[in-house]
Design a protein around this ligand. Structure first.
Ligand SMILES: [Fe+2]
Ligand SMILES: [Fe+2]
Length: 286
């Protein structure tokens, strides 16, 4: 990646390689066996990406990253400034055929708009991956994207590539290896420390401004073990269960709205200017 900071251990060609893997994994209703067969087709880069994620995503790491980023000390930006900043994430993808980060966001939100979804959801569609700017702060791919899961309690077997947890140092911390770990039964997902990544960061940035449905979409959109497999219900409360349908509704657009037609940013901009002004202050803290 052509970033100012040289980040080691970047096995993905670009961040979309993870999105593409997930999209294929959740195509149609696969059986457990079909998931295993599909995972075996993962490219060496994707498998290595998950190995790094699962081995390094410890309680200590997550708490340190929450302290660093959830305190929002990276300055004020408008949404367009944040989107332009994310667009400077230039990786090895082909500029002629691949879409820019802003175009990806617009494809998600525009698909929602075509379906007549509420305005707050269209906004959420546009915002949902802005947290990928973590890469530009020097965070490695495995700490920005990837399916998310709680740390500090037993890993579910519904997390993709569970074998890679074998070398995670938290394996030898007994308190983190029980069903509930450091949490109370049915404490609610908001009490959990989730594996760190772009979902948690953008949810934190937008927390003061968005409704619960939107916050759930932002914070849990990559929590596939929960929203696709039903794992971790023992940590969920009634609010989580009632929000699940919104996260699933969102996931349809996140996974399947990708196409190759480039959204016309200049033409769409006035609509989004109004949308941002309706729900957000001129600048937000990042
Ligand atoms: Fe995402
Ligand atoms: Fe996305």
């Amino acid at each position: 990646m052509s970033q100012s900071v040289v980040v080691p251990n970047q096995p993905l060609k670009d961040l979309d390689q993870w999105d593409d893997f997930v999209e294929g994994r959740y195509k149609e209703g696969k059986s457990e066996e079909e998931f295993r067969v599909y995972d075996a087709t993962a490219t060496p880069g994707v498998a290595e990406f998950y190995r790094l994620n699962h081995e390094n995503m410890t309680v200590d790491y997550v708490l340190a990253k929450e302290e660093e980023y959830f305190t929002l000390r990276k300055g004020q930006k408008t949404i367009w400034e944040a989107a332009d900043f994310l667009n400077t994430l230039v990786d090895d993808s082909d500029p002629d055929t691949d879409l820019t980060q802003i175009e990806h966001l617009l494809q998600t939100s525009e698909a929602m708009r075509r379906d007549g979804q509420p305005r707050w959801m269209i906004l959420t569609g546009f915002l949902h991956d802005l947290g990928k700017c973590l890469c530009l702060y020097g965070e490695p791919q495995w700490g920005v994207v990837g399916d998310t899961f709680p740390v500090g309690c037993a890993w579910s077997n519904d997390i993709v590539f569970p074998k890679y947890f074998a070398k995670n140092p938290d394996r030898s911390v007994a308190a983190y290896q029980t069903k509930y770990g450091i949490y109370e039964p049915n404490c609610g997902l908001d009490k959990l420390h989730m594996s760190f990544g772009h979902d948690g960061y953008i949810a934190k940035v937008m927390e003061p401004y968005v409704r619960d449905e939107s916050r759930y979409m932002l914070r849990y959109h990559s929590f596939y073990p929960w929203h696709k497999h039903g794992a971790y219900d023992h940590l969920c409360n009634d609010q989580d269960r009632s929000m699940l349908e919104w996260v699933l509704k969102f996931n349809q657009y996140d996974l399947y709205s990708k196409g190759h037609t480039k959204p016309d940013l200049a033409q769409l901009k006035p609509y989004y200017d109004d949308l941002f002004a309706e729900f957000l202050p001129p600048t937000v803290a990042w």
